[in-house]
Each structure stands twice: as structure tokens, then as C-alpha cells.
Design a protein around this ligand. Sequence first.
Ligand SMILES: C[S@@+](CC[C@H](N)C(=O)[O-])C[C@H]1O[C@@H](n2cnc3c(N)ncnc32)[C@H](O)[C@@H]1O
Length: 205
Amino acid sequence: PRLLDLGCGQAEWLLRALAAHPTATADGVDLSGPALALARASAEARGLAGRLALHHRPAAEHTAPYPYDLVLSVGATHAFGGLQGTLDAAARHLAPGGYLLVGEGYWEHPPAPAAVEVMGELADLPGTLDLVTRAGWTPVYGHLSTREELDDYEWSWSGSLAAWALDHPEHPDHAEALAVAAEHRTEWLTTYRPTWGFATLLLRR
Ligand SMILES: C[S@@+](CC[C@H](N)C(=O)[O-])C[C@H]1O[C@@H](n2cnc3c(N)ncnc32)[C@H](O)[C@@H]1O
């Protein structure tokens, strides 16, 4: 099977899939050079580099001479202007009978205006599924991130950045890293934490 991750980041989804499926090959696409460098290093460390091609380009510009059996895009729908654009792009890349794994935020409760400013316009969960099905997809599984998982994600994000800053007191980016971590933590706690959810949906068409 061939796998494609649009907005793969450090390619953790692809690396786990490749480890579990020894005949699979994968393409990962991302705008971030540092994320792709980490992806490459993990692929090499896990003996998977021969089956993972990484592409440093906007996800919307990815072209391939073959269709994919599984397309993933988790937390990267902004690369296509939102969920609808991501669903359309995935459909173009998918082989007949293939699967799409898409991860997108939604409002679990009506958001404060400041939360919409941070996260953008999102639907609630039924509205999200409605958009998906109207675009011609059938959900065959889904995972709704728990509060514990969302909190873990946020603490890992701001916490690892803060820890890096504390470990590098002489680095020219020390103060900025601490400030960004603190700003993000405050934004998360004061704006979207009470109302934001994240759904990862497995779709067929
Ligand atoms: C929240 S991260 C998710 C990463 C990965 N999908 C995961 O689940 O671990 C979003 C990723 O989308 C990437 N990204 C943002 N805009 C993009 C674009 N236009 N084209 C490709 N990647 C993009 C970012 O660089 C980042 O790595």
C-alpha cells in the first residue's frame, strides 16, 4: 500500500504505519524544514527511511504519478483553506477503495469570540460530520480526543519549548522561546480550552 500525509510534521503517523505494515511505502509533505529534518532522523533511527519520501513543499502543490491507498491530514486542514478543501484534495489523491484519515477541530460548546479568533471558524461536531457526508464521504470510524489527550498535547507543546529555553540560557532565542511558550499557554487556557474539541475521522467514499 501507498500512504500520503499532507502536513505530516515529524511524520509520526506515517512512521508508525510503516512500522506496522512492512510492505507499505509513504510520502510525507510539509512546509516546515525543521519538522522534516526530525522526521528523517526518526525514520533513519527506526530503520524506515527506505520506505519514506519527504517533500518540502505546500501540501496543496503535491503531485504524484500514482494514487494512494491511505491519505492522512491531521491538524493541517489550514493547508487547504479548511476541511472542505482538504476533503477535495484527498479525493484527488485517493485510489478507488482507499481511506482518508482526517483530523480537524470542532466546537464542543459555543466558543467565545476570542476562541474563534485563535482557532478560526469551525463547525460543531454534527456540523463537521454533515460537511463530510455532503462531500461524498462515509465515516467508518472516528476518535474524539479526550480532555486528557488535548491537555497532554498542549502541555507537551508549550512545556517542551519552555524546557528547551531553560536548558539553553545563553542561546539568543532563550527569551523569545520562554515568551512564546507562556503566551501560547495563556491563550490556550483563557480562550479555547473550554470549548474546543478535536476529531480524527476515518473516511471512505
Ligand atoms: C499541528 S501540525 C500536525 C502535524 C502532523 N499531521 C501530526 O499529526 O503530527 C500541522 C502541520 O502542518 C504543516 N503545514 C501548515 N501549513 C502547511 C501547508 N500549506 N503545506 C504543508 N504543510 C503545512 C505545519 O508545518 C505542521 O507541521
